[in-house]
Design a protein. Structure first.
Length: 287
């Protein structure tokens, strides 16, 4: 009858006083949540939740082997996605620290080397041997960098005598004829730090930090010529009838410095050694 006449309502029997129907838990919860009063005979609607940020739901437990129904509202993330998010979260602090300019802690060895570098006294600027053809009055000083000063050997041709002094203040001398004086300085390879190879003077640059200074003199008609392992050659000015040019070598903080020193022509090498402060060491007994 109500289908044919939609304007007719369903008649509800009045409830005697004191016997009102008690609302069920679902009805009371819905009515309380929605903030409205339930009307008898009218079906209640599920309230719409207020708009807001979605709440993070706890991960659902894995389904049992019996094929039970899962009550989780969301889908579990794949293991790869979980690992990726964990990796991102673990690398985020390091990336932020690197972006903030944080430096890793330094070891004691690195800190000591940095302190030594800052306290190092730098010598005056000097040209490189590759930029100088002749070492003489116009260009009296050249300096080799640390890398090339510690590789190979330095060869000097045209010399007649040489003297050396190690960092332990061991002083010796030798001539191209084979005569020696003082004490020789041997390296860990049982080779002389400075010595003659035929008519040429050889300086073992691999152990250059064991050398303090050296002198190379040329009294003959040949000019002194310095040759490095990389092919760089440098000639020494010959001097004049009254003066001769002596090649003085010094090691300054691992860098080999070559200097052309004009000196009056003397009749004996001992005069030159004394003028430059070389005092020959006493020879070793039994050698």
């Amino acid at each position: 009858m109500t289908t044919g006449h939609p304007f007719l309502r369903r008649r509800v029997r009045p409830t005697p006083p004191g016997q009102e129907a008690r609302p069920t838990a679902a009805t009371s919860g819905t009515a309380t949540t929605s903030g409205t009063t339930a009307t008898p005979g009218v079906p209640l609607r599920r309230p719409t939740p207020p708009a807001g940020p979605p709440l993070a739901s706890a991960p659902a437990a894995p389904a049992s082997s019996g094929g039970g129904l899962s009550l989780s509202s969301g889908r579990q993330p794949a293991p790869s996605a979980v690992r990726t998010s964990a990796q991102r979260s673990s690398t985020a602090p390091s990336a932020s620290a690197a972006a903030a300019g944080a430096t890793p802690p330094r070891s004691d060895r690195v800190a000591r080397r940095l302190r030594e570098r800052t306290s190092r006294i730098r010598p005056f600027p000097a040209p490189d041997p590759r930029d100088v053809r002749v070492l003489g009055p116009e260009d009296p000083v050249v300096r080799i960098d640390r890398r090339r000063s510690a590789v190979g050997a330095l060869r000097i041709t045209g010399s007649t005598s040489a003297a050396w002094e190690s960092v332990d203040h061991v002083v010796g001398a030798a001539t191209a004829d084979g005569a020696t004086a003082g004490r020789a300085v041997s390296t860990r390879g049982n080779r002389p730090l400075v010595g003659y190879d035929g008519s040429d003077v050889l300086i073992a640059l691999r152990h250059v930090r064991e050398l303090r200074r050296a002198l190379v003199m040329g009294r003959g008609p040949d000019r002194l010529v310095v040759a490095l392992h990389d092919g760089t050659t440098l000639a020494i000015a010959p001097g004049d009838p009254d003066t001769t040019t002596i090649l003085a070598l010094s090691v300054i903080d691992g860098e080999l410095e070559l200097r052309a020193e004009p000196f009056p022509r003397a009749t004996h090498d001992g005069d030159v050694f004394a003028a430059f402060g070389f005092v020959l060491s006493a020879p070793t007994v039994g050698v």
